[in-house]
Design a protein around this ligand. Structure first.
Ligand SMILES: [Zn+2]
Length: 470
C-alpha cells in the first residue's frame, strides 16, 4: 500500500506484504536477456524463445499497469519494443529535472538447483524478497513507480519534467531499448539536470579501514572490451606434435596478457573519492592521503592490492573463455580465448587492443575485438546535482559515509551521457560483499528494509523536485 509522504521514518522499517508482493510478482516474469557473442558459436535465439520472452515482458508490463494506476493515468507512456519511456510533465515543462533509468531485463540463472528458492518463484519471507532481479534491477523499476504512485496520490507534481526510462535490454548492451529511448530524448532536445541509474550501493566492510558503511554514488563508468586471441594450426596426429600445438601457443599468449596488466593510475574521480573518505580513515592512512600528489603511486598500490579496489586504479584484465581441441589424440586445428577488459578513463578500446598486441608478441596469434565494446566515461566528476543525491542519501542512510566512484561495468547510462548535466549511478541499498556476489550469482535477494529505503529515497527525490526551483 502507498504510505503517507510525511509519515516515514528515515530508515529501518521494512516494506509491508503488499509492497513486497508487487515486487515479487515482477520477479516471477522471466525477462531474461541472453548475451550471444558472435564468436562464441552459440546458437541464435530461436523464434520460440523470442515469443516466450515477449510474453514474459508483456506480463510484466501488465503487472506494472495494474499495480500503479495513477502513474499510468497521469504520465505519458511511449514504448520502444518492451522498453517503457514515461513522461511526467513538470509545472514548467520547458525544462527537464531528471532522467530516471532502470532496466526490466535480468541475466539468466544458470544454476537454479543451487538457489534456496527457485530464481523465478518470487518468494517473500519475513525478511527478504527473493529472486533474479531483486537487486538488479527490478527493485529500482518498482521503487520508482511506488514512489511516483504515492507522490501522485499526495498531489505532488514536479516543477520541471521528469522522465522514467525502463529499458528491456540493458544486460545485452541496450541497442534496441536504451539507445532508442535516448535518441527520442535527444531529438526532442532534452537536457536534464540529473541522470540517475543503477551502479553504486551502500557497502558494509568492503572499503578497508573504513569502519562505517560506505555509500558510493558513482559518477561515470569504465569502458568495456572483449579481445579474442586465436591460433590456427595444421592439426595432425598427437604422436608427432612438433614443439608446440595451437593450444600451447594460445596458453602462452593468454598468460602473457594476464601477467602484464595495464598500468596503475589515479584518476581525478578516485582522488575525489578518497578525499571524501578521508575523515573516516584511521590517522595513519589519513596522513598518507594528505600528501596526495607525492603519495599517488603508494595509494595506487594499496588500492591495487584487493580486486574490489584494484578496478578503480587500472584497466582490468580477465581471461574468461578458452576453447580448443576435440580429442585427446588429435592435434587441435583451432584454439581461441576471450579476454574481457574494463577500461579506466584515460585508456581506450584502441589502446587496450594495442596493449594486447605488444604483450603477446606472436604473429601466429590473431588478436581482434569481438562483441560489444564501449569507451569509458570521458571525464567523470560529481556534477551540480550530486549534492542533492548525497543529501537524500544522508537522510535515508544517516549511518553511511558518502563518496564518489566509478561503475566497474557498463550500464544503460552511457547511452544518455550527453543528455544530463549531472550523472549519478546509485541506489541506497545496503549490501555486504556476499550480497554483491548474489547479483548475477545465486540467491539474489533484497531485504524488506532495503526495499523500503529505496522507495523512500525516490519519494524524497520527488518531493525535492516538486519543491526545488533549481
Ligand atoms: Zn543492472
Amino acid at each position: 500500500m502507498s504510505t503517507n509522504l510525511e509519515a516515514r521514518p528515515s530508515s529501518g522499517d521494512p516494506v509491508d506484504d503488499a509492497t513486497a508482493e508487487r515486487l515479487a510478482v515482477a520477479l516471477r516474469c522471466v525477462t531474461v536477456s541472453r548475451e550471444e557473442i558472435a564468436a562464441s558459436g552459440a546458437d541464435p535465439d530461436s523464434a520460440q524463445a523470442q515469443t516466450s520472452l515477449d510474453t514474459e515482458f508483456r506480463r510484466l508490463g501488465a503487472h506494472l499497469e495494474e499495480s500503479f494506476p495513477r502513474v499510468h493515468a497521469e504520465l505519458e507512456l511511449e514504448k520502444f519494443g518492451h522498453s517503457r519511456l514515461y513522461t511526467w510533465r513538470g509545472i514548467d515543462d520547458t525544462r527537464t529535472a531528471a532522467l530516471l533509468l532502470a532496466h526490466q531485463d535480468v541475466v539468466p540463472a544458470d544454476e537454479p538447483g543451487r538457489w534456496t528458492h527457485p530464481p523465478f518463484a518470487g518468494v517473500v519471507d519475513e525478511e527478504f524478497i527473493w529472486g533474479r532481479g531483486a537487486i538488479d534491477d527490478k527493485s529500482r523499476v518498482l521503487a520508482i513507480l511506488e514512489a511516483a504512485e504515492s507522490a501522485l496520490a499526495a498531489g505532488l507534481r514536479p516543477r520541471h519534467t521528469v522522465y522514467f526510462a525502463f529499458g528491456h535490454d540493458e544486460e545485452v548492451f541496450g541497442d534496441t531499448g536504451a539507445v532508442q529511448m535516448a535518441n527520442r530524448l535527444r531529438e526532442s532536445g532534452v537536457r536534464a539536470d540529473l541522470l540517475l541509474d543503477e551502479g553504486g550501493v551502500i557497502t558494509d566492510g568492503i572499503v578497508r579501514d573504513v569502519r562505517v558503511p560506505v555509500a558510493t554514488i558513482m559518477v561515470g563508468e569504465k569502458g568495456y572490451a572483449t579481445v579474442r586471441l586465436s591460433v590456427t594450426d595444421a592439426g595432425g596426429h598427437s604422436s608427432m606434435p612438433g614443439r608446440q600445438t595451437a593450444i600451447g601457443r594460445l596458453a602462452r599468449a593468454v598468460s602473457r596478457v594476464q601477467d602484464h596488466p595495464m598500468p596503475l593510475r589515479i584518476t581525478p574521480v578516485v582522488t575525489d573519492m578518497l578525499a571524501r573518505l578521508r575523515p573516516h580513515l584511521p590517522a595513519a592512512k589519513r596522513r598518507l592521503l594528505g600528501f596526495a600528489g607525492a603519495a599517488a603511486p603508494v595509494v595506487a598500490r594499496i588500492l591495487a592490492a584487493t580486486p574490489q579496489t584494484e578496478s578503480l586504479v587500472r584497466t582490468t584484465t580477465a581471461p574468461t573463455v578458452i576453447r580448443g581441441g576435440v580429442k585427446a589424440n588429435v592435434l587441435p586445428q583451432q584454439a581461441e580465448a576471450l579476454i574481457n577488459f574494463r577500461i579506466l578513463p584515460g585508456d581506450t578500446v584502441e589502446s587496450v587492443l594495442a596493449h594486447c598486441r605488444r604483450t603477446v608478441r606472436d604473429t601466429q596469434v590473431s588478436i581482434e575485438l569481438v562483441g560489444m565494446s564501449a569507451e569509458p566515461s570521458p571525464a567523470p566528476a560529481p556534477g551540480p546535482q550530486f549534492d542533492l543525491i548525497a543529501e537524500l542519501t544522508r537522510q535515508v542512510a544517516p549511518e553511511a559515509a558518502v563518496t564518489t566512484g566509478l561503475v566497474p561495468g557498463a550500464t544503460d547510462s552511457r547511452h544518455y551521457d550527453d543528455l544530463a548535466a549531472t550523472r549519478c549511478n546509485f541506489a541506497p541499498v545496503r549490501l555486504t560483499a556476499a550480497d554483491l556476489e548474489r547479483i548475477h550469482g545465486n540467491d539474489e535477494r533484497l531485504s524488506r528494509v532495503n526495499y523500503a529505503r529505496l522507495i523512500e529515497f525516490n519519494r524524497r527525490l520527488f518531493t525535492a523536485l516538486a519543491e526545488s526551483d533549481r
